[in-house]
Ligand binder design. Structure first.
Ligand code: ZN
Length: 240
């Protein structure tokens, strides 16, 4: 059981339920059964509110905090709080919508916090017909045909998200440096920079400058949904 608190009240909880239903029973081989408990509320939380909600809900269990770049002024505090409590960060810059888009195509270029282009690309992406009306009339749900459209594209999404770490403008960030194993007792010894470096970005790569990026891929690797180094991502020459 792990607790994943989210900023939004629709897209992220829907997506987490999808992971439960599609992958939660395990595969009878390497992947263990799991159950995600989404933690959210109507009208959402600030990022530090997400961290606090994750901490309260999870108790001694594993906790993750899922939030976007939108409410950036609160993010440094959220990262500090998460480091102190050992709550895993799944930060997306500019938004969780980027994670959805990466199921269908790669993406690059700084967005300065705006999700507009990401959403436009998602609506038009090949294979993403179900997302044609995404975020129109407030419909950001992930149900029915939208779930179906994501199916089987997890490897691709992880590979694309990892390549965004490699192409971070900081220059020294590498997906191979990312941590995906549960932390256990080591938590208290980590600074918030080290904690935020579990994403594969270096400790001195400021979180707010990881543009574009999304850490959600680490959750899928953590759960065994995708193996750590998907074969389609990199060959031996470019492995990092
Ligand atoms: Zn970086």
């Amino acid at each position: 059981m792990l607790y994943v608190a989210c900023e939004g009240e629709s897209t992220e909880p829907d997506y987490l339920q999808y992971l439960n239903e599609r992958f939660g029973d395990g595969d009878g081989r390497a992947r263990q059964p799991f159950r995600i408990q989404p933690v959210y509320r109507r009208n959402g939380w600030t990022p530090s509110g997400v961290v606090e909600a994750a901490r309260k809900a999870a108790g001694e269990d594993e906790a993750w905090a899922l939030f976007d770049r939108d409410q950036w002024d609160d993010i440094p505090q959220a990262v500090k709080d998460a480091a102190e409590s050992g709550i895993e960060l799944a930060f997306s810059h500019p938004s969780f919508d980027l994670w959805l888009l990466l199921h269908f195509q790669s993406f690059g270029g700084a967005q300065s916090g705006s999700s507009k282009l990401v959403v436009e690309k998602l609506r038009q992406a090949k294979g993403a017909d179900a997302f044609k009306d995404y975020d129109k009339r407030g419909d950001k749900s992930i149900k029915g045909a939208r779930r179906d459209a994501l199916k089987g594209r997890e490897d691709k999404a992880v590979a694309h998200a990892r390549s965004l770490v490699a192409s971070c403008t900081h220059g020294l960030c590498k997906p191979g440096q990312a941590q995906t194993e549960p932390v256990g007792e080591d938590v208290a010894r980590q600074s918030h920079q080290e904690w935020a470096a579990r994403s594969g970005h270096t400790p001195d790569c400021p979180v707010l400058q990881r543009d574009p990026s999304t850490d959600v891929w680490r959750l899928l690797v953590r759960l065994g949904i995708v193996v750590r180094e998907p074969a389609i991502a990199v060959g031996p020459q470019t492995r990092n």
